[in-house]
Design a protein around this ligand. Sequence first.
Ligand SMILES: [Fe+2]
Ligand SMILES: [Fe+2]
Length: 279
Amino acid sequence: MQKDDHVRLLLIGDIVGKPGRQLVTRAVSGLRIEESIDLVVANAENAAGGSGLTPAIYHELIAAGVDCITMGDHIYRRREIFPILNGEARIVRPANFPQEAPGRAFTVLGTRGKTKVAVISLLGRVFMAPVDCPFHAVDRVLDALASDVRVILVDFHAEATSDMQLMGRHLDGRVTAVLGTHTHVTTADEQILPGGTAFQCDVGMTGPHESILGRRIDRVLETVRTFRPTHFEVATGEPRIHATLVEADAVTGRATAIRRIVVDAARAAELGERTHPTE
Ligand SMILES: [Fe+2]
Ligand SMILES: [Fe+2]
């Protein structure tokens, strides 16, 4: 068991392109030590050039200390990720996709303290491409989970805050945390719901914040103003990790604390020094 029978889970918000990846690979090991984190989950749907994930980047993130990867609406943007989605236990697809879709609907991983942690990804339906009902899909996954799996993290990849709140209430008391991704903007509503589920509408983005959701401001603005298509290149300015830390009782799976974490480039360098000293 972990010290004092608590587990600490971190969800890193949508990693966008190289600026996001660089911060994660630099900082995650140090952050794990500093915050006594038992399991790190990262949303990597935008990790490859701003959209999708490649096998090389998957392995890079896992080697850096990420235990599990969730995705989102951009999950199949790079077809070369299919074998990883089908073969690896450290990545999940949205549970409300068809059964035939590449990837697994959930995964169960062990922490070093031997607590089993289930990771589930779901896609929202408001202002997004049509998918199966996430509420029924998550019920099916929870029914399928072994009864000794009490610590459960849900990444709800959705656009609407109302949808997020509904999922939080739907799962309150049944999972450890419902944390949002996809909007790339952190919300200040982190809380523990009455039944003991940690909740936040959106964890935010891990990438360049001098941008429009991670893309170059000038390019997006030009297209929106003139309708002339441009390449929405990944921006570079002000890279930051936005993540949320949840502490939970390892036996009951109930959340006991939730906290937002921001790591800027200077802080990432400090954290990197802890685990990869330059001398
Ligand atoms: Fe995203
Ligand atoms: Fe998304």
